[in-house]
Design a protein around this ligand. Structure first.
Ligand code: HEC
Length: 185
């Protein structure tokens, strides 16, 4: 064997041995990655799994009324959305203005634009109040949702909102949306 060949063989054997040693340290069987972190559990995911689908999938238990919601709005929403959420510094959440046909630039509101009532629950719970998102209890969100739908005259003010009744509320502008993947709703 030439000296060159002998050196090459020694090199291959040495690197092979180093790789073997690294594998012996690989306790989690994931290959030669840093052995950091731990497996995420269902309980870890649950607080983040708050998306509500248009058909109401994932709505929490409980129910809400417009009367109770009016109090929450006065305490936690009126500051920005005005008295009764009829418009203030920020968007009016209660309004009768229709969306003029063909005028997509017109002021869009929950009543004249939103396609699904269930979005109200998802949006308010995850994003409002603007200055302290995710501070409302599920109960407060149920009540606010009932208030906003009743004040917009989409439901009767005595109608109780829960995981069964909310998905059945038909939003006025619903049929003007083109649903690209109806089978996914
Ligand atoms: C600190 C100010 C502030 C407070 C308090 C607040 N909001 Fe908002 N809200 C906003 C802003 C800003 C937006 C975004 C408006 C926009 O898109 O132009 C918004 C948007 C919304 C929208 C969407 C409106 C639309 O037509 O797209 C809803 C629904 C809503 N808020 C509900 C609430 C509710 C319910 C409360 C009380 C629990 C609340 N907000 C409290 C500032 C606030």
């Amino acid at each position: 064997m030439s000296t060159f060949k002998a050196l090459s063989l020694a090199f291959i054997l040495a690197t092979g041995a180093a790789a073997g040693a690294a594998r012996a340290d690989d306790m989690n069987g994931l290959g030669n990655r840093p052995n950091l972190g731990e497996k995420i559990t269902e309980a870890d995911i649950k607080p983040w799994d708050i998306s509500i689908l248009p058909d109401g999938t994932n709505l929490p238990p409980g129910s809400g009324t417009a009367a109770a919601g009016a109090k929450v709005v006065a305490e936690k929403c009126a500051l920005c959305h005005g008295e009764g959420a009829k418009g203030g510094k920020n968007a009016a959440l209660v309004t009768d203005a229709p969306l003029p046909p063909g005028q997509i630039e017109a002021n869009k509101t929950i009543k004249n634009f939103w396609a699904n009532a269930t979005t109200l629950y998802d949006y308010v719970r995850r994003a409002m109040p603007w200055n302290a998102p995710r501070t409302l209890t599920d109960q407060e969100v149920w009540d606010v949702v009932a208030y906003l739908l009743a004040a917009n005259k989409i439901i009767d003010e005595k109608t109780v909102m829960d995981a069964k009744s909310l998905p059945q509320v038909k939003m006025p502008n619903r049929d003007n949306f083109i649903v690209r993947f109806p089978e996914r709703i």
